[in-house]
Design a protein around this ligand. Structure first.
Ligand code: NAP
Ligand code: F7E
Length: 330
C-alpha cells in the first residue's frame, strides 16, 4: 500500500485528491488546521473513524508555518508521495495579507522539501503552482511562457515554484510543479467568483438574495473542473522523470460569460441582479489566462473531460439543490 501526505486536504482539491487516492488503494495522511469549528466538511463522504484499525485516512493537526511539526510528521509516516496543496489561495486577500501569504503559500514549500531531505525518505513531491504566476504575460501560456506576477499570491507561488525546481536540480529530488489554471466545482470556496455567482443564482431563485455584488467582469479565465485536475496531479508523480506541466482546458471565458451562462440556466437575466462594487477590484489584475496543456496531453495522456457549459451546470445544480430547488432538465 502506498502512503501519501496531502497538505490542504480540507480544501477543494485536497478533498477530490483524497477520494482519488483512496480509490487507488493508498493510505492517505492529511494536515488539518485546528479550528474552533469543524473544517472537514469537504471530507465527510470519505471520513473514516480513526479508532478503526484498517482506516486509510488519517488526519493530523498542524500548520504550514510550523516546520517542526511538518518535519516530525514526515519522519513518522514516511510518505512515498507528498501533494503540497495547502495555501492562502485567495488572490484578492493576498493584497490584504501579503506577509502571511508569502509565508504560508511560499515558504511552506521550503519547509516541506527540507523536511524530506532531512528525513532521507524516498518521497516524490508535488507543488501546487498556479497560472497566476503568468500574470500579465499574454495568452496562450505554457511551460515556456515568462512569468510576470501581478499579486502577492503569485509572487509567493513563484518562490515555491523556483524552490521546487532548485531542489530537483540541486539534490536530484523527484519534485514537480503542476501549473494549474483555474478549476472549480461545487466544493469551490464561496468567495471565488464562480461559486459566488452560482450560490447567488440559487439564493435568488429561492428568494433569499436580491443582488449580487461583483468586481471586474472583463477578466478572462481558463476554467476547468477540479475532479479532472486532481488526476493530472497524480499522473505527474507516476512518471519516470520529474517534470513541470501546465494543466488547462485551452478555452477562455470572461467573468461576464460565466455570469450570463449561470443566470440563463434559471431563465433569469444577470443584469437585473448584478451590481458592481469596486471593493472587489484588485490593485493589479490578471486580464487574460488561456492555457496550452499540449505537454500534459502528450506526456501524461491527460485531457479535460468537462466542458465550460457542463461545469456551469454542475455548479448551479449543486447550489440549487442546497437551496432545495430543482432545475428542469433540457
Ligand atoms: P483551497 O480550497 O483554498 O484550500 C486551501 C487549503 O489550504 C485548505 O485545506 C486550507 O485549510 C489549507 N491551509 C490554508 N492555510 C493553511 C495553513 N496556514 N496551514 C495549513 N493549512 C492551510 O484551495 P484549492 O482551490 O483546493 O487549491 C489547492 C492548491 O492549488 C492551493 O495551493 C492553490 O493555491 C493552488 N491552485 C489552485 C487553483 C484553483 O483554481 N483552485 C489553481 C492553481 C493553483 P482550511 O480548510 O482550514 O482553510
Ligand atoms: O477571480 C474577477 C477577479 O478569485 C477570478 C485561485 O484559485 O485561480 C484562482 O484565482 C476573476 C478575477 O480566482 C469578483 O478580479 C470579479 O479576475 O475566482 P477568482 P483567481 O483570482 O483567478 C488561480 C489559478 C489560483 O491559483 C488561485 O488560488 O474574477 N472577479 N468579481 C471576482 N473575483 C472574486 N473572487 N470575487 C468577485 O466578486
Amino acid at each position: 500500500m502506498k502512503t501519501a501526505l496531502i497538505t490542504g486536504i480540507t480544501g477543494q482539491d485536497g478533498s477530490y485528491l483524497t477520494e482519488l487516492l483512496l480509490s487507488k488503494g493508498y493510505l492517505v495522511h492529511g494536515v488539518i488546521r485546528r479550528s474552533s469549528s469543524f473544517n472537514t466538511g469537504r471530507l465527510d463522504a470519505v471520513y473514516q473513524d480513526p479508532h478503526v484499525e484498517a482506516a486509510r485516512l488519517c488526519l493530523h493537526y498542524g500548520d504550514l508555518s510550523d516546520s517542526s511539526m511538518l518535519a516530525s510528521l514526515i519522519r513518522r509516516i514516511e510518505p512515498q508521495e507528498i501533494y503540497h496543496l495547502g495555501a492562502q489561495s485567495h488572490v484578492r486577500v493576498s493584497f490584504d495579507m501579503p506577509e502571511y501569504t508569502a509565508d504560508v503559500s511560499g515558504l511552506s514549500c521550503i519547509r516541506l522539501l527540507e523536511a524530506i531531505r532531512d528525513a532521507k525518505v524516498a518521497c516524490r513531491f508535488y507543488q501546487a503552482s498556479s497560472s497566476e504566476m503568468f500574470g500579465s504575460s499574454p495568452p496562450p501560456q505554457n511551460e515556456n511562457t515568462p512569468f510576470a506576477p501581478r499579486s502577492p499570491y503569485a509572487i509567493a507561488k513563484l518562490h515555491a515554484y523556483w524552490t521546487t525546481l532548485n531542489y530537483r536540480e540541486a539534490y536530484g529530488m523527484y519534485a514537480v510543479n503542476g501549473i494549474l489554471f483555474n478549476h472549480e466545482s461545487p466544493r469551490r470556496g464561496p468567495t471565488f467568483v464562480t461559486r459566488k455567482i452560482t450560490r447567488a443564482v440559487a439564493k435568488i431563485v429561492a428568494g433569499r438574495q436580491k443582488h449580487l455584488y461583483l468586481g471586474n467582469l472583463d477578466a478572462k479565465r481558463d476554467w476547468g473542473y477540479a475532479p479532472d485536475y486532481v488526476e493530472a496531479m497524480w499522473l505527474m508523480l507516476q512518471q519516470d522523470a520529474p517534470e513541470d506541466y501546465v494543466v488547462a482546458t485551452g478555452e477562455s471565458h470572461t467573468v461576464r460569460e460565466f455570469l450570463e451562462a449561470a443566470f440563463a440556466l434559471v431563465n433569469l437575466k444577470s443584469e437585473d441582479y448584478v451590481r458592481i462594487d469596486p471593493r472587489y477590484y484588485r490593485p493589479t489584475e490578471v486580464d487574460s489566462l488561456l492555457g496550452d496543456a499540449a505537454k500534459a496531453r502528450h506526456k501524461l495522456g491527460w485531457a479535460p473531460r468537462t466542458t465550460f457549459g457542463e461545469l456551469v451546470r454542475i455548479m448551479v445544480e449543486a447550489d440549487l439543490k442546497a437551496e432545495g430547488v430543482l432545475l428542469a432538465k433540457g
